[in-house]
Design a protein around this ligand. Structure first.
Ligand code: RET
Length: 234
């Protein structure tokens, strides 16, 4: 059984479940940043459920001779907006930019899923549309948000930049894997694709969440030092 889709999905489920523990701990201990921690727990928590379903091969649909995993795309549709929401919360850039990010994100995922299931060359047009939407998302994260952001302090800005760079670097690999996988030119088998995507998902979710929790904990320590230094200030 080693090396099959089931094995990688099971390992993914375990990794995501473990990755949910640090934000739950933060949620209990830091009442000032409960929403931040809840968003982070959602990222890995939802993925843990999706990977459990995939480990049991639930929700795999065949179309045009290819398999699209419904739990995978539903997971992405819920959790990638949560990742973007967390980044937008750090920058406090307002609703407009969050909306642009989420519309671009949902669009690229829907186009990617459509491109898996439809037949003929038109699927490559859907894929190209997805890549274009990804370009809009990158522009927003690299260009606009850093210009408009009102970071509450330097540490928050650094945390944003670290997490944003990790996100863009890893997300860029997904369309590359899409092309190499059975969805594209079939250079990778279905098992290998599951391994590579599980690995990418673990870094872009569990590692993102771990770094974010660490960053939030440092911000909480700073708050504590500040209030000790100026006990009368609110
Ligand atoms: C697709 C194909 C269409 C073009 C593009 C894609 C990008 C997908 C991305 C997925 C990110 C998923 C993450 C999951 C975390 O667990 C849909 C493959 C651009 C960026 C971060």
């Amino acid at each position: 059984m080693l090396g099959t889709t089931t094995t990688w999905a099971t390992l993914g489920a375990i990794g995501m479940a473990l990755g949910t523990l640090p934000p739950l701990w933060g949620w209990r201990t830091d009442p000032d940043r409960r929403t931040h921690y809840l968003v982070l727990a959602g990222v890995t928590g939802v993925a843990a459920v999706a990977y459990t379903l995939m480990a049991f091969d639930i929700g795999a649909v065949s179309a045009s001779g290819r398999v699209v995993s419904i739990p995978r795309y539903v997971d992405w549709l819920i959790t990638t907006p949560l990742i973007l929401l967390f980044l937008a919360m750090l920058g406090e850039t307002g609703r407009g930019s969050l909306l642009r990010l989420i519309v671009a994100d949902v669009l690229l995922l829907v186009l990617g899923a459509v491109a898996v299931v439809i037949a003929g060359p038109i699927r490559w047009i859907a894929f190209a549309g997805g890549v274009f939407a990804f370009g809009v998302l990158v522009y927003e994260l690299y260009g606009r948000i850093p210009r408009q952001a009102t970071f509450s302090n330097e540490r928050t800005r650094t945390l944003f930049i670290t997490l944003r760079n990790l996100t863009i670097a890893l997300w860029t690999l997904y369309p590359v894997v899409w092309i190499l996988a059975p969805s594209g030119i079939s250079l990778l088998t279905r098992d290998m694709t599951m391994l590579v995507i599980a690995y990418l998902d673990l870094i872009s979710k569990a590692a993102f969440v771990a770094l974010a929790v660490d960053g939030l904990a440092t911000l909480a320590e700073d708050d504590a030092v500040d209030s000790e230094a100026t006990p009368t200030a609110d």
